[in-house]
Design a protein around this ligand. Sequence first.
Ligand code: ZN
Length: 161
Amino acid sequence: MMNAKSLYQEVILDHNRKPRNYGVLNEASHHAVGHNPLCGDRLNVEFNLDGECINEIAFQGESCAICKASASMMTAAVKGKTCLDVETLIQEFRDMATGKLDLEDPHHLGRLTIFSSIKDLPTRVKCAILPWHTLHAALHSETSTSTEAENDPVQSSTGTV
Ligand code: ZN
């Protein structure tokens, strides 16, 4: 049986080799660009709504492996879900990444719990959260966002260029 750490590494590698929903849509009703100055991750997330459901979603950008894997898994997880369900997932993922979610409690994260150990790596938390942060901005029609707006778990002197 694979231990949690090698499973985590395997999933990150897999999603970097074959990112799901990577690219751009012909037309998108919602989009946002996210930036994480701490690591240099930049991400574009866009999607289309069919009624209340996300029926098409894509992401593109320059990011580290953790951010890319998180974005790839996020797009797969939210496709076909209603905005309300997506809001719940965003909240749960953020709570998990910052150590506020007890995984023993009911949640909807499924395979996304692979990122639960990220809470022990304060400098990488924002990398994992950025795609979710950007999706949240797109849902609320904010076109650009930065993880700088979130409470910083580490003291950072890195500024925007
Ligand atoms: Zn990163």
